[in-house]
Each structure stands twice: as C-alpha cells, then as structure tokens.
Design a protein around this ligand. Structure first.
Ligand SMILES: [Zn+2]
Length: 383
C-alpha cells in the first residue's frame, strides 16, 4: 500500500480538534478492507465537545502490538501565510505539505501501509494481533480521547503487549531519536497575601510584592535534582506574574505568579509538591503569608526500561537508516503518559521540526523510510 497517497488523503481532512472531518472514516475504510474489526467510539462529558475515536484490531491471539496516534491537528493559524494551503495535501518536488504532515497523520499512514503490506505477505493473517488506537482528541484538552479509549478497550477484555506511538520523535532527521519516556508536568500558582494600603503610608500596609520576589527567587535558585540516568534535571519556570494593579498609589492586596515544572523520575507529584512547599516555607519564614494553588495533573514522568522491545525497534531503525537512534526522554507530554499504564510504550514517528508551524511538511522520502521501519518492526515482532 502507498503511504504517500494515504497521508495526502488524510491531510485533506481538516480535522482540527474536535472535528473528525473524514479522517477516521478514511482509516476505518482502509482497515476494514484489510480484515480489521473496526469500532468508531464517541466520548463526551459535561463541559466538553464530544470527540470521535477509532479502535481497529486484526487477529485474536497474542502477542498484541498496537499502533497509537491521533488524527486531530492544531489549527493552521493564518492560512495566507502557508506556501501551500494547510488542508490541500499538496506535494511539490520531494515534500508533502499540510497541517498534520508530521504531527501525526504521516506516521499513521506509514503504520497502516506497513501493516497492510505485512499482512499481505502472510496471507492476510497476523501471527498474533495488530491494532490501531486512534484518537481525535490529543491536541486539545485530551479528555475524550486516549484515556477513555484505553478504558473502553479494557472493558471489552482486551489488553496490549506493546505499543508504538507515532508522534514525531525524531529531532532533525528520521532515525535519530526514539522517545522512551517523558518528563512529568505540573502547574501551580504561588499566591502571596498582603494588606492593601496607600503607597505613601507603607507602614500601614503589607506589600505582597516583596514576599513574591523572595519566594520566586528561592524556587528559581534551587536545582530540584541533578538529573537521572535517562532524564535531564527537573526544571521550574515562572510563566506569569499577576498583580493586576491599574493605579500607581495603591499597594496591592495580593500578588500571584504562575509556574510550570517539568520533572524527571526522581520525583512523584507528591514528593515534588512537598519539596517546593518546603522551599517556599523556608524562604517565607514568619514574614510572608503564602500558599500554592496546584492544578490537577495527569502527566507523571515515566520511562520504558531498556530491553527486548526497545532493542527490536532500535534494530529496525538501524537496519533501514544505518543510524543508531538516541533513546530520549526530552520534549513535552504525549498520550504515552496514558498508554504506559496499560503496556510498554515508546514513540517513533517522523521528524518534528515543523510540527505546529506554518508550512508543516515532511520529505516524501521520510514516509517511505518510516513505512520500511514499521514493516521491519512488524516482521521481527511477529517472526
Ligand atoms: Zn501529536
């Protein structure tokens, strides 16, 4: 099967979250044609838009390898800035253009093409089971997508042995990186409470800005760890300081600062919160009235330990590209944070330089290479 034509057709579906826009219908048709049992499942909950998802499986025995991914894309932004329209799937010279080319319709097309070729070479039947777990809710709030789809599959008594998530894992060119884990992410707001007053009579007021600066300095100064075997050091960044005081002669009552922490496997969310609150308390002493408002997070750090599965995928990458891929845990979060609770998962897809950018694109040759890599993985996994 031709991954390039399939990728182009997927790019022509303007599936900005939460729109399905024909992308899942296309995948459903292709998979059904290859003997997959396909389910289209819509999830919803109060306060969110309903989102369509797809689960397709061929085979009924183990081992069970699942390709995961998302067909939703981020908005194209100003369409006039694109050299080629974002939902036209145009190919010029050696390049396929379109929103979702690398993140991540291209990789889905490659996985489907590789799977169909693999099945065709075996008389249409896998030596185990192959599935596609495709969501339409990854790029936005990710509540009606992979989390619920995984649970839906489990409720039907099915389980996976290994998962490949086709996010654009490669940094510069295909074959350079496999993502074997991700840092966790935690958001909080530091709140300092003072006492409002006239700026000319500071003795009658308590300016919370002083405390805010003191506590922010303390939280920015301390390294939380030195990194670990597979992870860079955890890092806190303040992203906004909010006082919202429109006048010049008033000491404000309250000062707030938002922050995000990307943390490694030295910490759990609980241990990290404890550490940060201890640092803040130490800096505050008796003088500063403070508290931290933590936002709920479903992004813990995780790591796929080296072993058979990583070796198999790395070996396939090397055989096709001649390169030894780096095993990385860098970057933002992905749906792997949910999948890891169900089975070992790694991420390997296209090269990510243009993801979420104007003129998102992939070399056409990369689609051929990625399909060959996925095919090699399938052949080895089911040998
Ligand atoms: Zn993505």
């Amino acid at each position: 099967m031709d991954p390039i034509a399939l990728a182009r057709d997927l790019l022509r579906c303007p599936s900005v979250t939460p729109a399905e826009a024909g992308a899942l219908a296309l995948i459903e048709a292709v998979l059904k044609g290859a003997g997959f049992e396909v389910h289209r499942v819509t999830f919803a909950e109060p306060g969110t838009m309903p989102v369509e998802n797809l689960y397709g499986r061929v085979g009924s025995s183990g081992p069970h390898l699942v390709f995961a991914g998302h067909t939703d894309v981020v908005p194209p932004g100003e369409q006039g800035k694109w050299t080629h329209p974002p939902f036209a799937g145009e190919i010029t010279a050696d390049t396929l253009y379109g929103r979702g080319a690398v993140d991540m319709k291209g990789a889905i097309a490659c996985a489907i093409a590789a799977t169909l070729d693999h099945l065709a070479a075996r008389g249409g039947k896998p030596k185990g089971s192959i599935s596609f777990l495709i969501t339409g809710d990854e790029e936005s709030i990710a509540v009606n997508g992979t989390v619920k789809l995984l649970e839906w599959v489990r409720e039907r008594g099915q389980s996976f042995d290994h998962c490949i998530l086709g996010e654009p894992s490669n940094a510069d060119s295909i074959g350079d990186t496999i993502k074997v884990g991700r840092r966790g992410s935690l958001n909080g707001t530091l709140v300092i409470t003072g006492k409002q007053g006239h700026v000319a009579y500071p003795e009658r007021a308590d300016n919370p800005v002083r405390g805010l600066v003191t506590l922010m300095s303390a939280l920015m100064a301390a390294p939380f760890d030195q990194g670990s075997a597979h992870f860079a050091a955890s890092n806190l960044e303040f992203t906004s300081i909010d006082i919202g005081n429109p006048v010049v002669n008033l000491i404000p009552n309250e000062a707030r600062a938002r922050f995000n922490i990307r943390f490694n496997d030295c910490h759990s969310q609980i241990s990290l919160k404890t550490l940060i609150e201890r640092l803040a308390a130490g800096a505050a002493g008796e003088r500063v009235r403070w508290h931290i408002e933590w936002e709920p997070s479903n992004a813990d750090s995780f790591l796929l330990e080296p072993g058979m599965f990583v070796d198999l995928v790395a070996g396939a990458v090397k055989e096709v590209t001649g390169r030894v891929p780096k095993l990385s845990t860098s970057g933002g979060t992905s749906d792997a944070r949910f999948i890891k609770n169900y089975c070992p998962v790694l991420e390997f897809g296209l090269a990510g330089q243009t993801m979420h950018q104007v003129d998102e694109r992939t070399p056409v040759a990369d689609l051929t290479i990625l399909t060959a890599i996925y095919r090699k993985i399938l052949d080895r996994y089911f040998s």
